[in-house]
Write a protein that binds this ligand. Structure first.
Ligand code: GAL
Length: 331
């Protein structure tokens, strides 16, 4: 009798675990453009995102989208960059209709950095006020004492009075942080140094170039700054470009399109959002982009590709299915 019960128990356990197994199969590679599920089997909803590495964990912040609407900022965590656990809504739109982030507002391209002095996680997003399309062109700042949040909204503004749409954050080796943003109806790309607490722009804020670029992704390798941007064609893909500079405020030199291979001149159908330096690995960076689906924004796909350096320049090639071991091949 006991034996039968034991066998039945084992069978039930096996059946039970196999039914969830399909959803929770452990992933060990990156497959751009396919549907990415979190560890609960739900589609990952984190667009225009950015990553933060803290306590041996990656946190991925991105736009939570409905079919067209913006529903706040989601956050996921991972130990390996392949398997992502949903941590919740890091920043929620407010029920208060008088708030800058009142439900119906647009929160785009969220990025989070950690401030060692204040021990705060600081989030910046491109904010558009509810019912005003893209006219407000503001940046919003929110803070949390933990990486998964929830973050508390502090304020929104136009940095030094400038329009601010697509944006990113960058922390340099000395701990100084910067906000890079498309301004003047996206004609200009500007950079502002942040205050020591990372909560506000300083007046050290200047034009990098006037070439109608957006989706900036800034990173540094061996003393050189690299900047990937897209053109301005809304959700439709266009040609990426790479600029380099030995100093953040320029002069920036246009290098050309860093993408290579089929569909490279349309950024593989996507648009840049972030470049991730892989911790503990020299010269190792991952390009992150979005392949937007304007008919159903939440179904937009992720494009994560290894960055290669050839003769000191960045080369990004489409790779169907890859993992971090790819970087060990480089000798
Ligand atoms: C893109 C921009 C996106 C979003 C979109 C709206 O150019 O990069 O973040 O704002 O326009 O059309």
């Amino acid at each position: 009798m006991m034996k039968k019960a034991l066998i039945a128990g084992i069978l039930a356990w096996m059946l039970g675990s196999s039914s969830t197994h399909a959803q929770q199969t452990k992933k060990s590679s990156i497959l751009s453009d396919s549907i990415w599920l979190d560890t609960q089997g739900q589609v990952i909803n984190a667009h225009g995102g950015g990553l933060l590495y803290q306590h041996k964990t990656w946190y991925w912040y991105g736009e939570k989208r409905g079919r067209s609407q913006s529903e706040g900022v989601n956050v996921y965590s991972s130990k390996d960059l392949y398997n992502w656990q949903f941590e919740g809504l890091a920043l929620s739109p407010s029920q208060d209709t008088t708030s800058d982030i009142a439900e119906g507002c647009l929160m785009e391209r969220p990025k989070v950095i950690y401030n060692k002095k204040t021990k705060q996680y600081v989030m910046w997003v491109h904010l558009e006020l509810r019912g005003r399309g893209y006219a407000a062109a503001r940046a919003a700042v929110a803070v949390s004492s933990t990486p998964a949040g929830p973050f508390t909204f502090l304020k929104s503004f136009r940095p030094n009075g400038n329009m601010s749409r697509d944006m990113n954050l960058f922390v340099d080796d000395d701990g100084s942080a910067y906000h890079i943003y498309s301004s003047d109806e996206n004609m200009d790309l500007r950079l502002a140094k942040l205050t020591d607490d990372y909560l506000s722009p300083t007046t050290q804020d200047s034009l990098l170039f006037r070439r109608q670029r957006e989706a900036p992704a800034l990173f540094k390798n061996a003393g050189l700054y690299y900047l990937i941007t897209s053109g301005c064609t809304g959700w439709a893909p266009n040609q990426a470009s790479l600029h380099t500079s030995s100093s953040l405020f320029g002069p920036w030199t246009l290098v050309g399109d860093p993408m290579t291979g089929p569909n490279a001149n349309k950024t593989f159908g996507g648009q840049s959002t972030y470049v991730l330096p892989v911790p503990g690995k020299k010269n190792t960076f991952i390009y992150m982009g979005d392949r937007w689906n304007p008919k159903d924004l939440k179904d937009s796909r992720y494009q994560w590709l290894p960055i290669q350096f050839k003769d000191g320049q960045v080369v990004i090639e489409w790779v169907d299915n890859w993992n971090l071991q790819q970087f060990n091949k480089k000798g």
